[in-house]
Design a protein around this ligand. Structure first.
Ligand code: PMP
Length: 426
């Protein structure tokens, strides 16, 4: 098939007629599908059901009576060990929380705002707070910093991570820059993993602000799609320690996409100084998190090997979905020069880059034909994609057959909107 850009006006018009007809036929199917959020489907969640049997009314709590009561604010030892293995650090650097890492991130920002980190001036007393936001990024990160009224500065990314020249410039020259959001492995949504060099450059930052922090959201640290092709981000805590900046990073993770989203366990890894500082506030906030759920997880995943095995089963369910979407893109779009897409090795998303000024229209056309996608622009601060070209595809939730229908419709909408744009331009 000829690239659309090479077609003359008449060819484009004929094509437009054909595509419009196909679109109407698709609309008549009255689809009701959702590819908006990166949720596991039930078959993935089901893998974790046996975990619910690890503790029952016959469980011998004689040596763990405290787990059934208030207290143990930083989490039970078994869970600290579990998360330490997951992010490759030591259990003493871990705080285990409740069910959501996003809540921890919100709390950490909130603490910086109301009380300040390690004796620094609370951000609420300062005129201006800025956060760096590598783009495309996770909409809920941006929602938190927008909620607190911080100015968000988009930072472009390539296959190795954020543009570090720009990060260094902002962090080292501007004292009002207090943080950066990072999803360092299988990033949401681009799927890229930060290179070792990028991690080292992060660790060697010399921030103008004493209370600058890297918000290192390692949500997809064990979420590989393949056994033989895996990415692995370097340990930032150790890199920061070695570079003499041990307090510069908060690392977050959870089992939301390991076991049960909403009913998993979340944790933060950080320096001992930061941990002490955080616990001072947590003491006021809580008398302890759900330690039975922590125990359930630690019992079910006795060691890192059992976690790896479990994640391979998850991958076996997810991989065919990613591959099907990418196959359809290759087959239908590869020659047309109207879009590019990522081929991630892990995580939950594929990023599609359409022609400039097309993303909103594609998402809207999909919606009108019954397929909900993540809003165009959502992966940028304030929902504003300067080129209106990025679309986040979340293939995990719909069953394979529905995903095929949704992808077929998506591809059709990409074609239709691209032709309309090209006709408009000429
Ligand atoms: N961080 C990232 C990058 C995510 O993609 C998600 C889930 N979509 C979360 C955090 C949410 O994690 P949790 O369920 O632990 O709050």
């Amino acid at each position: 098939m000829k690239a659309y850009q090479e077609m003359n006006q008449d060819e484009l018009k004929t094509l437009h007629q054909q595509l419009s007809k196909q679109y109407q036929d698709m609309k008549d199917l009255h689809l009701q599908l959702n590819m908006a959020r990166g949720k596991p489907d039930f078959s993935q969640v089901e893998l974790s059901m046996p975990m619910l049997d690890t503790i029952n009314s016959h469980y011998d709590f004689s040596k763990q009576k405290d787990y059934c009561n208030y207290g143990i604010l930083d989490g039970i030892d078994e869970a600290k060990k579990f998360f330490a293995d997951m992010v490759e650090t030591t259990p003493d650097q871990i705080i285990v929380y409740g069910n959501s890492s996003l809540t921890i991130m919100f709390d950490q920002i909130s603490r910086g705002y109301t009380h300040g980190y390690l004796g620094n001036t609370p951000w609420c007393r300062l005129d201006k707070i800025k956060f760096l936001c590598p783009v495309p990024g996770y909409d809920r990160h941006f929602a938190i910093t927008e909620h607190f009224g911080f100015e968000m500065i988009p930072i472009p990314m390539d296959d190795n991570g954020p543009d570090m020249d720009l990060v260094e410039k902002y962090v080292q020259e501007d004292e009002s820059v207090k943080g950066i959001w990072c999803v360092p492995q299988y990033a949401n949504p681009s799927g890229i993993t930060y290179s070792d060099e990028v991690v080292e450059r992060f660790a060697h930052l010399k921030p103008a602000a004493k209370d600058f922090r890297i918000f290192w959201d390692n949500a997809y640290v064990v979420h590989h799609l393949y056994n033989d092709k895996q990415s692995h981000v370097k340990d930032i805590l150790k890199a920061c320690q070695d570079a003499g900046h041990p307090d510069m990073v908060f690392e977050f993770c959870s089992t939301s996409k390991v076991t049960f989203p909403g009913a998993g366990v979340a944790a933060m890894a950080t320096s001992m100084n930061n941990k002490k500082d955080t616990l001072k506030h947590m003491t006021v906030q809580s008398i302890g998190h759900d330690k039975l759920n922590q125990l359930r997880h630690a019992k079910y995943f006795q060691n890192f090997e059992s976690l790896t095995e479990h994640m391979q089963k998850q991958a076996d369910l997810l991989r065919p979905k990613f591959e099907m979407v990418i196959d359809i893109f290759e087959k239908e779009l590869a020659d047309l020069q109207i879009g590019t897409w990522t081929k991630p090795l892990g995580g939950y998303f594929i990023t599609f880059e359409a022609l400039q000024d097309c993303a909103k229209d594609i998402v809207q056309k999909c919606k009108e034909a019954g397929v909900i996608l993540t809003d165009a622009g959502a992966t940028f601060p304030y929902g504003k994609d300067p080129h209106d070209s990025i679309i986040r595809i979340a293939p995990s939730y719909p069953p394979l057959e529905e995903l095929k229908q949704a992808t077929d419709l998506f591809v059709l909408c990409v074609k239709l909107v691209s032709v309309e744009k090209l006709l408009e331009i000429r």
